[in-house]
Structure formats: C-alpha cells, structure tokens
Design a protein around this ligand. Structure first.
Ligand code: SF4
Length: 380
C-alpha cells in the first residue's frame, strides 16, 4: 500500500482542480499553489479527509507540502486507517422534517433569524441615489410610515439579538421599540443621517436610552463639530464617494468608519482602493471554526433580513416576499428551505471564485458584488 501524507487537523485545506491551499490556523502560515493540475482523487481525499497518497500523480504537490511540514507520513499495512470527515458536522432535523412533512417547522427556522433591519422614512434631499442607499442599507427617499406595530407583534416568536432602525422614526415609535428590546435583551442600532435630527437630539437619545447604539451617517460636508463628536455608543459612518472625500478627512479618526459608496456601476474611481490582492488575502488571520463556517454559510448575512418601508422582505439585494402576502415566520421558513437562500450563498457557489482555493479567507460575498460594482474582491 502507498504511504499516506496526513495534514495536521488544525490546518484548513481547500483543493480545487487548479489550486491548493493548506492554511495553518495556529501559526497563520500557508502554502498556496496555483495554476497546477490537482488530480481528481487528491482533491477529494484532501478536502474530505485531509490526506494525500504518496504516488507518482501527486509527487510534485506532495514534495512541496512535506517540505513545509504541514503534516506527517504514515505507512498503512493491510487496510486503510479510519479518517473522520473534515468540516462542520451540523446536527439538524430540518432535512428530515422537510422530507416527512414537505416543509420545515417554523419553530426551528424562527430561531435562525438573529437580526432585522427596518428601512424607515427618509425625508432628506441629499446627493445620494437609490443605488447608493442600497449599499448603505438606508431607505430611499420616501414619506411612507412603516406599520411597525403590526410587525413588532410578529417578532415575539423570534429569538432576535439585534434590531437595526435605519432612517427617520417618530419618538413614540422609537420608544415602543426600545421598551420591547429592553425586556427581551435585544440591541437596537439606530442608523440615521446627521441632517435628519438636530445633533442635540441624538446626544439626548444616547443618554436617555442605554440600550441604543447610534450609527450616524456623515459625509465630506458635515461640520467639524460633528466629525469630532465623541460619545459612548456612537459610531460615525463616513460616506466616501470619491478620492477627494478621503482627502478631506485629516488626522486620526478612530471612531470613524469609512463607507465607500458608488453612485452608479460605471463610477470606478474607488475600485482600486477596495480591491485586495491574493497576497493580502493570504495574510488574513482566521481560526479553523471560521474557515469551516465560511465554507457553509455567508457569515456576513446569515441570520439577517431587511424589511422595507412598504413591507417587502429582503436579504442584501435579494427580494424575498411581501409581508402583505404572509407573515414573517412563513416567509423565513419557506425561504430558508429554498435553493437561492442568500444565507448560504458562499464563495464556492460563485462563478468567479469556484476554482480559487482562497474562498474561505476572502470576505463573504457582499452587496458590492451583488450590485455588480466589482466581480469579486480581487477583481474589478
Ligand atoms: S475573491 Fe474569489 S477569486 Fe479572488 S481571491 Fe477571493 S475567492 Fe479567490
């Protein structure tokens, strides 16, 4: 029998027909081979069980892995040793339920929803369009009041951790949501443009409600006294639409988060700043659990949905269904079982990334890719 080379269990392995990554999740070192031909059998044994045969077909690949010391040789005599399958083993009854009942039980799928974003009112006229608002997860200009009380009643059956209120909302509605959130230990994030309320109102709100966190959208026209504001639970999100916006932000601004925003698909001035190279991807430090999770789910959006002011339920850019047709529990339950559920949209399902071995080290698929601003983080 051939000798086998066993990769250490703490190393994450991704083999495709053209590339191979072995990533040490303790030392954060890696071996990455591209433009190679990985034999079909080696792709399977590496991905599934973490070993490779010491045979002529695998010679050149094996030499490089063994030289870097990512594992060890064994010599089985008569039968193959037992190799447990690598990756996440998820214990769930969802598939069985689906087969037996034809649908999943809502009591389980409700537990998957962790965060809801409400797109509320937006009465401002500023220099942004609907394409930009999508990237910011902020409502389009509208004066329609969302029926939030009806939706709040439906939330009782969910195990929520966070509610994001994006846009303008009346004080009494905000108070009702905060009271509900407080009794159930839910974090409320209030995302709002700095022109929507006097800044004193935001500061009073932060002091009055200890369970609220404010994401204040600012831009290059924002007065300095707001840019320099320091408050507990206040994050300033700086909208960057071109390079000169960046130049206007001088000095260290540790509480400011940069938000690159494209006004249309053709405006490519910010693309070079957003693209990351494969070498940069390889420098990302990630633990084994996160590697396996990113093989299975879109970690940026899993458990999140958005409800528009007109009652339409979305995830990222994917329209799911209107709350006018059925209740939230039914919508989530049906969608979770569907092929195109965005929570499971991982890089191994994306055409541009399918043959790349760096899938789990890269950021999860984002709104920028969904809006076709760029193909993927390493390519425009
Ligand atoms: S974006 Fe896709 S192709 Fe580029 S490095 Fe990441 S996984 Fe590979």
């Amino acid at each position: 029998m051939n000798r086998l080379y066993i990769i250490f269990p703490h190393c994450y392995i991704k083999a495709t027909s053209k590339e191979l990554l072995i990533y040490d999740t303790i030392k954060f070192s890696s071996i990455y081979m591209r433009n190679i031909a990985v034999p079909y059998k080696a792709v399977n044994t590496l991905n599934q069980f973490g070993y490779i045969d010491d045979c002529d077909d695998n010679k050149s690949i094996l030499q490089k892995i063994a030289y870097k010391g990512f594992g060890y040789f064994i010599q089985p005599n008569k039968s193959m040793p037992y190799f447990p399958k690598r990756g996440l083993q998820i214990m769930t009854s969802l598939n069985k339920e689906n087969k037996a009942l034809g649908h999943n039980l809502a009591s389980y799928t409700n537990m998957m929803l962790k965060s809801i974003t409400f797109l509320l009112n937006n009465t401002l006229s500023i220099n942004l369009n609907s394409f930009a608002y999508k990237q910011l997860e902020y409502p389009n200009v509208n004066h329609t009041e969302i029926d939030i009380d009806t939706i709040l009643l439906q939330l009782i059956s969910f195990d929520l951790e966070r509610i994001v209120l994006s846009g303008e909302i009346s004080c009494d509605k905000l108070e009702r949501i905060l009271n509900l959130a407080q009794t159930r230990n839910i974090l409320v994030v209030f995302r709002v443009h700095y022109l929507a309320y006097p800044i004193q109102h935001i500061q009073d709100m932060l002091r009055k409600y200890r369970t609220i966190m404010v994401e204040l959208l600012i831009d290059s026209a924002t007065p300095l006294d707001i840019i320099n504001l320091r408050e507990e639970r206040l994050i300033l999100k700086y909208i960057v639409t071109n390079n000169s916006d960046l130049d206007k932000l001088t000095g260290a601004k540790e509480n400011i988060v940069l938000c690159p925003i494209f006004l249309d698909e053709k405006n490519i001035t910010l693309q070079p700043q957003m693209v990351i190279t494969k070498d940069e991807v390889l420098k990302i430090n990630q633990n084994l659990k996160d590697c396996y999770l990113k093989d299975y789910i879109n970690t940026s959006y899993f458990g999140n949905i958005t409800i528009n002011y007109d009652g339409m339920v979305y995830c990222v850019n994917q329209q799911i269904e209107s709350l006018q047709n059925r209740d939230l529990a039914c919508i989530i339950n049906k969608w979770v079982g569907s092929q195109d559920c965005y929570w499971y949209f991982t890089r191994n399902k994306k055409l541009e990334c399918k043959d790349c071995a760096l899938q789990v080290l890269c950021p999860s698929i984002s709104i920028y890719e969904q809006l076709k601003i760029y193909k993927c983080p390493c390519r425009v």
